[in-house]
Design a protein around this ligand. Sequence first.
Ligand SMILES: [Zn+2]
Length: 451
Amino acid sequence: MNVLFSFNVAAKNGIFRFHTKCKETSLTYLCFADDLLLFCHGLLDSILGVVSILEKFYEFSGLRLNALKSELFVCGVPVSLLDQIQSAIGFKIGQLPVRYLRVSLVTRKLTSKDCSALLVKIKNRIDHWSSRKLSFGGRLQLVKSVLSSIFGYWSRQIILPKGVVNDIEKLCMRFFWKSSDTTARGARVSWSQICSLKSEGGLGLRRLVDWSKACCLMLVKNILAGEGSLWIAWIKDYCFKSLDYWNVDRKPHFSWILNKLIKLREEARRLFISVSIWPQIKGGWIWDRICDRRDKVGWHRLIWFPSHIPKFSIIAWMVILDRLPTKDRLARFGIVTVNVCGLCGDNQESRNHLFLECSFARVIWKAILHACGLQLQLLTCWDNAMHWMISNLKGEDFMELVGAHEKALSTIDAAETGTVAEQSIGEGPEGDDATESVYGKFQNGKEKWGL
Ligand SMILES: [Zn+2]
């Protein structure tokens, strides 16, 4: 790194001239991993000055720049001069815009073509997964972890145009509902509801448009906090000059991203007006304040609890929202003509019938609830059923009751086969006392739950 710093010293000593837009910030190089970008004035003398520094580096380190792997990007340099420069240093002449890590480094608004690598990457992932017959739970997990992280990687580096963000969101939506890149017509739940918090009846995804805006506001926060980024130092020297973010106007020669950030000024004012300690402002803080909020729902803990099974939780989520493809709904859309329940054959198949009224389903429920130590209540109204479930089927008390019941039943089985006495010999607290304790818990639970 000390060697790279010698570029700054050389520029200040006149061995080569700074690039016109780099003098105020004394910028001569950028280095990332094993890539190096050097900036200088576009005259032959300056470029030869840079090459002489690289030769010095070679003399004491033995590391020589490979001219065949290096590119020269110029703007506003006459062709005749460019020929001279190229024959002197042997670098390839690169074409603007520069692409680094597959991202176009441009000051204008990015187009869909510029972001094609991102869209292709997401489409390839979807094509790869579409043949795997994934459940809704699996698809949700992939959208949440993989597709969102690809978007997050890009949006942290550049501000994506709204059209591109919408295209990516459409791909995520299609994959979630159809498991492929085909139109999500007939989606059972609106994407905006899916992208709300689980406690608000959604699936906890993020709206990418809001996410993109949060990234923009994070950049505004960095400008206001004056946090040590070269980009911030550069825009203060060459764009804001004597003004600050609150007073500078949008200008045609500013980059598209900078003009977009200035356009967000009123929103930024509302958001940051009371902020005094900038280091406390993180991405999550901004996100919590800009995303749309819905009313809380009382049932989310029924289906989203530690160690839940995503596949079943999403089915339960659709049941509660009444979005299962039951025959009454399919008949309304003209997809089926017979809407009689396939289990009992007596009534129309609807969500309420399937889960509350159907004689066949009630037998199943009775067996399941009995196995959990609960009794089936006579509930024919969905709202009452939800109220009963919210009151009885959640929380640690419920899990403890089910666990105690299960253990009690297994203990009874063991006692009936005469194995308890054998197991309790020499086991201390795991003997009869433990059995009593389990029964005690179970009995207490029954009293507490009014069973
Ligand atoms: Zn039925």
